[in-house]
Write a protein that binds this ligand. Structure first.
Ligand code: FES
Ligand code: FES
Length: 254
């Protein structure tokens, strides 16, 4: 430690030998300035020359390799990045049938929002991490950003727009309102769809990662059980306490 301290002191010491020359008279100063400007202009010439050279080489390489003739580009075969042509896809959403022309790569989330105008389903991360895009496909919750629309042909899809009845909200929607299960509301459609599926999973006796007694039917519903089952749905506003309370109410009524 003391050695390190000494080293620090050493590096902080002011130089005592060979100080930079200070201008003492005008002739010496002018000569020094001339030296500097000559050296500077030489360096600039070098940089300009090398820049032109490397830029020219790169441009020549690019021109030689990447510019196919018009005839070549017309005859080029389709590459492996070709994504396939659009074709009519029949989707049944909220008990309505739609036929839309979709490329194979279109996700269910984009099909719902961009093609069908059902914007209740939200795009958060678009990579399966936040749950904002959760919808029900054949009664099971899925991240629609990770699901291809074509894979859902022939299966009933339910979004948040399809949960309410003619005259009343779905019990889960009502419970979210009564228990302040949201603030900004961006995650809420996904939370509600997830919660609706969760009720079905509990009724079916599906265990979760924190279920301790697998033989017990029905599954004991603790707060930990509810939190674990909703852990795929992130709420950036932190409305989790209200969401758990809403789930408990929906369970009693459902
Ligand atoms: S948008 Fe799908 S999980 Fe986040
Ligand atoms: S209510 Fe704002 S992100 Fe959940």
């Amino acid at each position: 430690m003391r050695r390190f301290h000494r080293m620090l002191m050493y590096t902080n010491r002011k130089p005592t030998r060979s100080p930079p020359p200070s201008p003492t008279n005008d002739d010496q100063s002018d000569a020094h300035q001339d030296d500097l400007s000559l050296a500077g202009s030489a360096r600039r010439r070098f940089l300009l020359g090398s820049g032109v050279l490397t830029g020219g080489l790169a441009a020549a390489r690019y021109a030689g390799a990447a510019a196919p003739s018009i005839a070549e580009s017309r005859d080029a075969p389709a590459t492996s990045r070709s994504v396939g042509a659009a074709r009519p896809v029949r989707l049944t959403v909220n008990q309505h049938d739609y036929v839309v022309d979709l490329e194979p790569r279109v996700t269910l989330l984009d099909a719902l929002r961009e093609y069908l105008g059902l914007t209740g389903t939200k795009k958060g991360c678009d990579r399966g991490q936040c749950g904002a895009c959760t919808v029900l496909v054949d009664g099971r919750r899925v991240n629609s950003c990770l699901t291809l629309a074509m894979a859902c042909e022939g299966q009933p899809i339910t979004t948040v727009e399809g949960l309410a009845g003619e005259t009343a909200l779905h019990p889960v929607q009502q419970a979210f309102i009564e228990h302040d299960g949201f603030q900004c509301g961006y995650c809420t459609p996904g939370q509600i769809c997830s919660a609706v599926a969760l009720l079905g999973e509990l009724r079916a006796g599906d265990p979760s990662a924190v279920t301790t007694d697998l033989a017990r039917m029905p599954v004991e519903i603790t707060d930990d059980e509810l939190r674990e089952r909703m852990s795929g749905n992130i709420c950036r506003c932190g409305a989790y306490a209200g969401i758990v309370a809403a789930l408990r109410q929906a369970l009693q009524h459902g």
